[in-house]
Design a protein around this ligand. Structure first.
Ligand code: IMP
Ligand code: MG
Length: 169
């Protein structure tokens, strides 16, 4: 669906926009949502022309199925404090939006200076909340995708591109 080359070009462009936006920041806290964002965040931070700190947060979403659970739980919280800091939350896919919406609400209670979000993929047709990412890599149709960190039942995260899963009856 999206080649490694297209992803790399888009990540570079996103990083340029984000670097400009946060140009005056002291040290940006880049928060990766585990596990799906691990490759995206690794590529993104290396293209950022900013001082950054990297932290991770894990929220439960799908389990091993392809249906989103609307209940979001925090499985692993941040290690660092974000009060008064500029924060960029990095997500693999915004689907229904429940995960991102929950995470933003939680982090918002900790009084960050600026709280912004970047998602590699967005499935706008699936949205059930009013959350939108500030930067989006690619808007995609309602297909279940894997690769570049994104899994189906913990498989295919190591693909260098994004592919759509074909489900066989
Ligand atoms: P949301 O809470 O429905 O927005 O779900 C977001 C999370 O569901 C993402 O961070 C992914 O981990 C997972 N997800 C959504 N769509 C897909 C997909 O097409 N493939 C794999 N995981 C997905
Ligand atoms: Mg995820």
């Amino acid at each position: 669906m999206i080649s490694a080359k297209s992803i790399a070009a888009r990540v570079e462009a996103l990083a340029r926009e984000i670097s400009t936006y946060f140009a005056d920041t002291d040290k940006l806290v880049v928060v990766g949502l585990l596990r799906g964002s691990f490759i995206f965040i690794a590529d993104l931070v290396r293209e950022l022309d900013l001082p950054v700190e990297v932290d991770f947060l894990e929220a439960s979403s799908y389990g091993n199925a392809t249906e989103s659970s609307r209940e979001v739980r925090i499985l692993k919280d941040l290690r660092g404090e974000i009060e008064g800091r500029d924060v960029l939350v990095v997500e693999d896919i915004v689907d229904t939006g429940h995960t991102l919406s929950h995470v933003l609400k939680l982090l918002g209670t900790r009084s960050p200076a600026r709280l912004r979000t970047c998602a590699l993929l967005d499935k706008p047709s699936r949205r059930e909340t009013d959350v939108t990412a500030d930067w989006v890599g690619f808007a995609i149709p309602d297909k279940f995708v894997v690769g570049y960190g994104i899994d189906y039942a913990q498989r295919n995260r190591n693909l260098d591109h994004i592919g759509a899963v074909r489900f066989v009856e």
